[in-house]
Design a protein around this ligand. Structure first.
Ligand code: FES
Length: 165
């Protein structure tokens, strides 16, 4: 069933996701160069860009779907796969690397049973690497959502992760 045909699971009315995307599209109607802000707002609804939402945006804006995929694959801010509720960014920059950043990454991969760049099946965590988050004095460092955790050791990770559900 297509995105547009789906109905609300509680009232049987119009798909509420479609209503929200319609509101975003209405906000940018007639605005030149609005594709990126539209995609940013659609992504903020889902935490990623579902295929059928992209197809809907393409149809409603008259933008070729290939052009939309060109944009979302070019910019690293866009994600085509579901992401976790909590985003872990483990620093692999020079300062963190020399202080054991790689060991922290490996410990997280083991703890979460996923590789960097992936999301746990329960959508609780997405594990990513970054080059430097500007907290080199606290190396090795990771961010979970907006929180920075520094001077990490593998044995601290379990307790930190437990704070994020
Ligand atoms: S290198 Fe890790 S915070 Fe700068």
């Amino acid at each position: 069933m297509s995105f547009v045909e789906r109905t609300c699971s509680c009232c049987g009315g119009e798909n509420p996701e479609k209503t929200r995307i319609d509101a975003i599209l209405a906000k940018y109607e007639g605005v030149k160069g609005a594709l990126i802000p539209i995609l940013q707002e659609v992504q903020s609804l889902y935490n990623y860009l579902p295929k059928d939402a992209l197809e809907y945006v393409a149809a409603q804006t008259g933008t070729p779907i290939a052009q939309i995929y060109g944009v979302v694959t070019f910019y690293s801010q866009f994600h085509l796969n579901p992401r976790g509720r909590n985003i872990i960014r483990v620093c692999q920059g020079t300062a963190c690397h020399v202080r054991g950043g790689k060991t922290i990454l490996q410990a997280l991969e083991k703890e979460l049973d996923i590789k960097a760049g992936h999301t746990t099946d329960d959508l609780r965590f997405t594990l990513e690497t970054v080059a430097c988050i500007g907290a080199c004095g606290l190396a090795p460092v990771m961010q979970v959502n907006e929180d920075t955790h520094g001077r990490l050791t593998p044995d601290k990770l379990k307790a930190i992760l437990a704070k994020y559900q």
